[in-house]
Structures are given as C-alpha cells and as structure tokens.
Design a protein around this ligand. Sequence first.
Ligand SMILES: [Zn+2]
Length: 252
Amino acid sequence: MTGLLRKSLCTIALSLAAVSAGNAATLVEPTLHLKPQGEGGGRVALTLDACGGKTDTRILSALVENRIPATVFVTGIWLKHNATALEIMRAHPDLFELENHGGRHIPAVDTPRKIYGISSAGSPDAVQAEVESGAAALASAGGPAPKWFRGATAEYSPSAIAMIRKLGFKIAGFSVNGDGGSLLGAKETARRIAAAKDGDVIIAHINQPTHAAGEGVVQGLLALKQKGMTFVRLDDAEDVGNDGTTTDRFNK
Ligand SMILES: [Zn+2]
C-alpha cells in the first residue's frame, strides 16, 4: 500500500514537473490585425520599435514628408538619447502615436531564460517593473499615457500577458515582420512591407540608422502608399489580437 502510494505520488510529481517544464518552454508571439476595411485601397498600421540606440532619420523624414502615420514603441533607454527625434515626433501628433516598449528593453517573460540572446525579465515583479518604467519614461517625456505595450523581442509568457493586461495595457502583436529585427537587406524588407494587405499590422525598427533594412522600410512604405493603402495608428482602428492580448474585460 505504501509502495503503491509512493509510486502514485512519484507519478504525480513527474507529471507536474512535465507541466511546468512545458509552461517554461512555451512562449507566445501574438499576432495583431486591424479589422479589415473591405473597401478602397485597404488599411494597414505601421508600428516601429525604438529599442535603444539611435534614430533612423531616413525613416523619420520619409514619414513626415509623405504624411505616413505610425505607432512608435519607445523604450526608456531610447527616450534618454534621442531628444531631437522625439521633438520631431511630438511636433507631429497627427502622425506619431508613442507607445510603451519597456523601460530597459527586457523581454516580458516571467521565468529566467534567454530569447534571441537577451535575458528575460525572469520574474513577475521584473516584468511589472519593465512595463511600468517604460510608461513612466513616456510620462516624464511629457507625452500622453501609453495604452499599448510591446515587450522586447515581442515574445511573452502567457502569464506575463495576463499581468500586463491587468496593468491596463493592450499588447501589440503584429502580422507582417517587415525587417526581421532590422537584420534583413533593403530589398527583402521592401518586398515584405510592400506585400502588406488590408488589415495588416507591420513591425519594423526605427533605431538602426546604419542597417540596410531602413532603406527597405522607406521603399516598402512608399510602394504601399502609391498603391492607395491608408495608414492608421493602433489607436485609430479596431484592433484584434490573439492570445488574450487585446480582448478581455480590460479591453475598453
Ligand atoms: Zn525592441
């Protein structure tokens, strides 16, 4: 009897271990779409991450000159070192919606691990600190309070997603990976962005001025504009995300 009990307990323990290992391994990369317009040339949202580093003025100037609106996800680190770019964005509130990319560009994953070589936040408290410090940095830069959060690497643990929603943010996935983390060549980046369809949410980077991808971002956007595509910011459209990133009781 005691042997059998021990055996059962061992089985339970093994099952629990398997479950928690499974959870630790499962990260999600949520997608986000706009509600399709269904008529006209279509509608897409351009989202640009400013992870850290500098500003790609090729992209920033093209957006201003061509009146292309964008949602820019900025970190506390980027805000500290890019006052001029921030000033340009602030001078065009009709074009730029600034949202939260975290205080220190740390992945919003609440267990310790590496994602694309970057150490995750590693605990619920650290995820919360990353989200709140990003929002605080935007507030102290004088802007409106952010409503959207996108974590570094755009991967999350499901429990972190739930927590970020409770903090009051929607989580910005995407549906078109425009520049492959800013590592793609100009031609491939342009091709991917130019292929965006009605309802797509494009992700690219605006913080790598020396990368070829930036040139491709501009070419792709101009091609979309020429095709008659309309650009909207995330707050201007009805957005639909999976993995509980936009729709639950916190969704207003
Ligand atoms: Zn980033």
